[in-house]
Design a protein around this ligand. Sequence first.
Ligand SMILES: Nc1ncnc2c1ncn2[C@@H]1O[C@H](COP(=O)(O)OP(=O)(O)OP(=O)(O)O)[C@@H](O)[C@H]1O
Length: 294
Amino acid sequence: MIVARTDQVTRRYGDVLALDRVDLAVRAGELVGLLGPNGAGKSTLLNLLVGLRRPTSGRVELLGGDPRVPANRRAVGVTPQETGLPGTLRVGEVVDFVAAHYPDPLPRGELLDRFGLADLDRRQTGGLSGGQRRRLAVALAFVGRPRLVLLDEPTTGLDVEARRTLWDGIRHFHDAGGTVLLTSHYLEEIEALAQRVVVIGQGRVLADDTVVAVRGVVGIRRVSVVAGDLPALPNVVGTERADGRIHLLTTDADQLVRDLVGSGVPFRDLEVRPTSLEEAFLTITAVDGRPATS
Ligand SMILES: Nc1ncnc2c1ncn2[C@@H]1O[C@H](COP(=O)(O)OP(=O)(O)OP(=O)(O)O)[C@@H](O)[C@H]1O
C-alpha cells in the first residue's frame, strides 16, 4: 500500500523552480531517506506531502487522499526543519498538550524514554540544550501513534550520542511497522536508518535506489586533464569538456590514471578529486552514454 505519493509534481516560487516533475511513492512500512544539498527541494517536497503547500502542477496523495484535507493528515506525524517550543512550559506539559489532540496517544513516559528524555520531564523547555530541544521536537511527531512520520533534517545540530538516541527512537517506530520519510544532507545518516534513498538535486529526482547503489555513485572521482582527444577508456562513467579541460568521472581513479599514461596520449595538468553527491548524479545524468571524445 502506498501511503504518500507525488505524481509529476512541479512547484514554483515565482521564478524559482523548486521541484520539477517529481514522482515519488512511499509504501507502508518503508523507511526512506531524501538526500540532497541545500536548496534541492527536500523541504518543499515534505511541505507538499503534508498539505502545507500546493503543487503548481501534478498530484499529491497522502494516505489515499488529498493532504489538504485535515482528516487525511490525522495519522501523520511531522517535524519541520525549524520548530519553536514555548519556553516556560515543562517538557511533560508540552507532550501532554500535543497528546491531547489525539484519540490514543503514546503514554508520556514511554515517549520520553524512547527519545532519551525521561529525566527531563519536569524541565522547562527554555532550559533544554539545543540537542535536547531538537529531540523533543522530533519525539512530538510520534505522540499520536502515527502511521507515517515525516522528518525534515531531524538530527541537525545534534552531537553523536544525541543523534544515536534519536535514530534509536526512529528505528523503534519503524520496527513496529511505521513508515518514515526523512531528509538529510548526509548519506551516512540515511545509511544508518534506511535501505532506500531518493537523491534530489535542483528539484529533480536524480536517483531512487538502495543505499548500497547510491554509495557506489558517491565513490566516483573526477579525473581531469588538459588534452586533445582521448581514446575510450575503461571505468569511465561520464565525460565532460569544460574550461579547456576534459573531465572523466570514474569508479577507479588509480586505474584510469594508469590507463591514461599507458594510452600514450599527451596530456598535462592532471587533477583527481572527489565529486559531490549532486555533481556525481548530475554529470552522469547529463553525459551518460556519450563517448569520451565528444
Ligand atoms: N517560500 C519560498 N519562496 C521563494 N523561494 C523558496 C521558498 N521556499 C523555498 N524556496 C526555494 O526553493 C528551492 C528549494 O528549497 P527547499 O527549502 O525545498 O530546499 P531543501 O532541499 O529543503 O534545502 P535545505 O537543505 O537547505 O533545507 C530553493 O531554491 C529555495 O530558495
